[in-house]
Write a protein that binds this ligand. Structure first.
Ligand SMILES: *Cc1c(COP(=O)(O)O)cnc(C)c1O
Length: 366
């Protein structure tokens, strides 16, 4: 069976370095907010090309806490509208509603499947305060256009970069375009920890300071609490794992691009629609997502041929039970996407020979 993603094989490649990094944390005697975290924060800020990186417990917290910090700073208040692509992963929406802000779902761009600048512009009201573009599947959203809209309408921009570590446009990476950006280092993400972890990147000093307090009980100074904060810290062991894996991220991305190129040039079947792709740097191929009107049959066919696939995602947020208040919204493109998408095997340990087996199976599907 060709696995969708083989985490064991991926991490096995760095086993010695990971063990050594782990041992150095064990021996340090310091396990929360210590040198390993500060080091990773500096390295990842530099990687993204921003002044600050603030490690937190996971990607959802990165998004929740950024919106929360903007509320504490008086830039957002309850009931404000945040525009989000309707076809995103549920976490982007949870971050909005957790803060008692109002998600405004807009249809994505039909070509890129990312937030559509035209649809954003049409959705702006007097209550709109922020945009939450998601670099879905690893493809950087149209940030130049979205930032121009945000500037015209005085909106905050929070990038959801959970799937796009290292994706760039005009030499600027995901995480450096918006006023802030949330990253996830969930094990299956392009930069994955060996447990849960996340971070926020920003160039805003005041926001960074607020986030450092919020993640640690709302405290800048031990036993003094400025905010009603939370406990959401990236621990030393995970920070040390991430410093090791960050060194290999670009090499892994290059391999993902090679796999994507193979699929793009060799898959040839009118029943299968390939993803849009323009610019090499813009896409880090967290997922390679094809579309088919016969998705279920295709998935079963591939399974029989020994190829594991997944669906990202089967149900859009506005059709989830938890968001039943939004179930009447008419979002036909989003709904079609969720019915048609299928994610092919993709990852740094997948070999090109395996990719060719997948291609062959795809091309023989009738
Ligand atoms: C994974 C993911 C998140 C959440 O990250 P966690 O670390 O799992 O909390 C948020 N948004 C998107 C688009 C994601 O893919």
């Amino acid at each position: 069976m060709i696995k969708f993603l083989d985490l064991q094989a991926i991490n096995h490649q760095y086993r010695h370095e990971l063990l050594a990094a782990c041992a150095s944390v064990i021996d340090s005697g310091w396990y929360i907010t210590g040198n390993a975290l500060s080091r990773f924060e500096e390295e990842f800020a530099e990687y993204c090309g921003v002044r600050h990186c603030i490690g937190v417990a996971n990607g959802l917290d990165a998004l929740i806490l950024t919106l929360r910090a903007w509320k504490e700073l008086g830039l957002l208040s309850e009931g404000d509208e945040v525009i989000v692509p309707a076809n995103t992963y549920i976490a982007s929406v949870l971050a909005i509603t957790e803060n008692r802000l109002v998600p405004v779902f807009v249809e994505p761009d039909a070509h890129s499947l990312n937030l559509s600048p035209a649809n954003v512009e049409a959705a702006i009201t007097s209550r709109t305060r922020a945009l939450l573009p998601v670099h879905l599947y690893g493809r950087l959203a149209d940030m130049p256009e979205l930032m121009a809209i945000a500037e015209r309408h005085h909106l905050l921009v929070l990038e959801d970069s959970a799937q796009a570590h290292g994706a760039s446009l005009d030499g600027r990476r995901a995480g450096s375009w918006g006023h802030a950006s949330g990253f996830s280092f969930y094990p299956g993400k392009n930069l994955g920890a060996l447990g849960d972890a996340g971070a926020i990147t920003t160039n805003d000093d005041k926001l960074a300071e607020t986030l450092r307090a919020l993640r640690n009980y709302g405290s800048h100074e031990k036993y003094k609490n400025l905010y009603k904060g939370v406990n959401s810290r990236l621990d030393e062991i995970q920070a040390a794992m991430l410093s090791v894996k960050l060194r290999y991220l670009d090499r892994q991305t290059a391999h993902r691009r090679q796999i994507a190129q193979t699929y793009l040039t060799e898959v040839d079947n009118p029943l299968i629609q390939l993803p849009a792709w323009e610019n090499e740097e813009q896409h880090v191929w967290h997922l390679f997502v094809v579309r088919s009107q016969r998705r279920q049959a295709l998935q079963e066919y591939l399974q029989k041929a020994g190829v594991q696939t997944l669906v990202h995602y089967p149900i859009p947020p506005h059709k989830q039970e938890s968001y039943r208040d939004y179930s009447e919204l008419s979002l036909p493109l989003t709904e079609a996407i969720h019915e048609e998408v299928l994610s092919l095997p993709m990852g740094p340990s997948l070999t090109l020979d395996e990719v060719r087996v997948v291609v062959k199976a795809l091309n023989s599907f009738k």
